[in-house]
Structures are given as C-alpha cells and as structure tokens.
Design a protein around this ligand. Sequence first.
Ligand SMILES: [Zn+2]
Ligand SMILES: [Zn+2]
Length: 242
Amino acid sequence: MSRNIYKADLHTHTVASGHATGTIEEMADAAKKAGLEIYGITDHAVTMPGTCSMEYFEDMVENKKQFEGIDVLYGVELNIIDYDGTVDMDNSILKKMDVVIASIHAGIGYEPGYIDENTAAVIGAIRNPYINIIGHPDDGNIPLNYSAVIEGAINNNTIIEINNNSLTPGCWRGNTRENIRRILELCKKNDYPVLIDSDAHCVENVGRHVESMKFLKENEFPRELILNYYPERLKKFLNKYK
Ligand SMILES: [Zn+2]
Ligand SMILES: [Zn+2]
C-alpha cells in the first residue's frame, strides 16, 4: 500500500540546495515509488545561503534529464526580495523552466513588513507570468491579506500552495494552521483549487502529504479542488505546458 494517494508533488529540494540530501536521481526514483505521475525539482535560488549557483540553473535548463514512467519537471524556488515582489532570478531563465515557485523566506533577502507591504510583495510575484506557484504563504511572521492574495492568484492563474512542512508538528513558521484555514476558506468560496506540496528535503519525504490531507479533510475542503488528484488540470498552471 502506498502512503501517497496523490499524483503530483512539485516542490522538493536536492543536494544542490545545500541543506537537502537526495540527488536528482534518488529523488526522482522516490517520486516514482511514491506513485507520482508528475514531480518537480525546485532547488533554492541564489539568495539562499549555501544553495547552488546561477551556472547550475543555466546548465539544468539546458540538460533536463528525463526518467521513464514519470514526468520530471525542472524549476526553482525563488526568493521574493522586496515589497514590489521582485525575485532573485531574471525572467530570461525562468521562462526556460518547467515550474517556478516564489516564496518569502524571512531574513533571506526579505525583511517582513506591514501586512500591506507583504501583500504587495506576494501579489507582485503573482503577476510575474513565469511564476506558477506561491510557496508556503502561511507564516504568521509575514502577515498577508489573504482575500487580496487569493484574488490576485485567481486573476493571474497562479497556484497557492498548501505546504506539508507548514502543517507538520514542530514547524518553525508561525500560526500556520489558522492561516491555512483562511486560505482554504477563501479558495472554497471562490471555487479555486490548491496544490499540496511536500517541500521534501530528503527522499523519505517525497510525496509526503499526509498532514495536509488530514487538515484539508478536517476543514471539509472539497477533493475536486485539490490539484494533486488532477494532473491535467494542474498542467494548465505550469510553464512547461503553457
Ligand atoms: Zn521555502
Ligand atoms: Zn522549499
């Protein structure tokens, strides 16, 4: 029996991120074993201390190794670095990537501001046509106006991620359950889907969505709005298939 009942996981890290442990081959193999059909490798962009260089990403987009039996997507987890939503890589390389995530990492090129400033930062990233997913927008230390964020996401065809690490007990981000509950409530009201991502940093966590699944159930979030079940619908949001 597989612990994974979903078909997609688009946010994971390899050794190239510096603080993660699996190679591309090991992670893709774990994804296949977890029963995934579509799997994303999104190492940290250059502002994150210890991650890979710009040259690494340039080489990656030119040499996307494919694996039998699974659709492996190559991308990045960008850092949002100001209140306009500027990110730390140019669109000239982002457009060659299959999937692009943008996240705020407090203290990594970004100082959390007032709610309006953080919201403007996230919406600025949402408006970038090459950014497909907003990663873990659930940290209470970076307060957001969720109505405005969801509205921006809907208008720009951008995915709001439900990050499994944020729902794992002991998570360092603040107030995540309350914030994710608010995201789910707004998405449900607007009939707008979400994507669950593992944000795995090791092979054991690839496709690990169990905490998120439990939380979505508790909050009566409809299965029809969980993109992990519907790869064809998910593809409509991603650079690779646009
Ligand atoms: Zn992140
Ligand atoms: Zn990540």
